[in-house]
Design a protein around this ligand. Structure first.
Ligand code: 4NP
Length: 149
């Protein structure tokens, strides 16, 4: 079983979408996809309504998800850890205890834009168009990830 973790700040907007999108492109018998937030702000909550809505519009149901905080053990559990932005990257990397763990962490948009360190913008304080934009970016990156895996 290959295990992949999607990480953002709150685990209610971006990483739940990334989890739902990648899951839809992989065989659930051989891949486990999960998501987490670097913060504890929204632990236990459903994804943001706007993420649920944009996912639904594209045929995905993400209402089975509940926000949780990233934990040190995730470095052992998961094979690959994708982060949405530089802040997530630094917050996670500082918890790694060796090179092998550090290497598991990459910026998700480096899949579609290699080495550019582009960020998935935090859509929390914006409107619905921001969520559609995030969906499109993540869909493109997850397509590449799914083909590689
Ligand atoms: P996310 O978006 O990291 O994509 O889940 C956010 C959600 C909530 C907050 C920040 C970002 N917040 O500050 O509450």
């Amino acid at each position: 079983m290959k295990k992949i973790l999607m990480v953002c700040l709150g685990n209610i907007c971006r990483s739940p979408l990334a989890e739902g999108i990648l899951k839809s492109k992989l065989n659930s018998k051989t891949f486990l996809v999960d998501s987490a937030g670097t913060s504890a702000y929204h632990v236990g909550e459903l994804p943001d309504k706007r993420s649920i809505e944009v996912a639904k519009k594209h045929g995905l149901d993400i209402t089975n998800q509940k926000a949780r905080q990233f934990m040190i053990d995730d470095f052992e559990t998961f094979d690959e850890i994708f982060v949405m932005d530089k802040s997530n990257y630094h917050n996670i990397i500082k918890k790694a205890k060796n090179d092998q763990q550090e290497k598991k962490v990459t910026m998700i948009l480096n899949e579609s834009f290699p080495n550019e360190n582009k960020e998935v913008p935090d859509p929390y304080h914006g409107g619905e168009a921001g969520f559609e934009n995030v969906y499109q970016m993540l869909d493109e990156a997850c397509d590449i990830i799914a083909k590689r895996l």
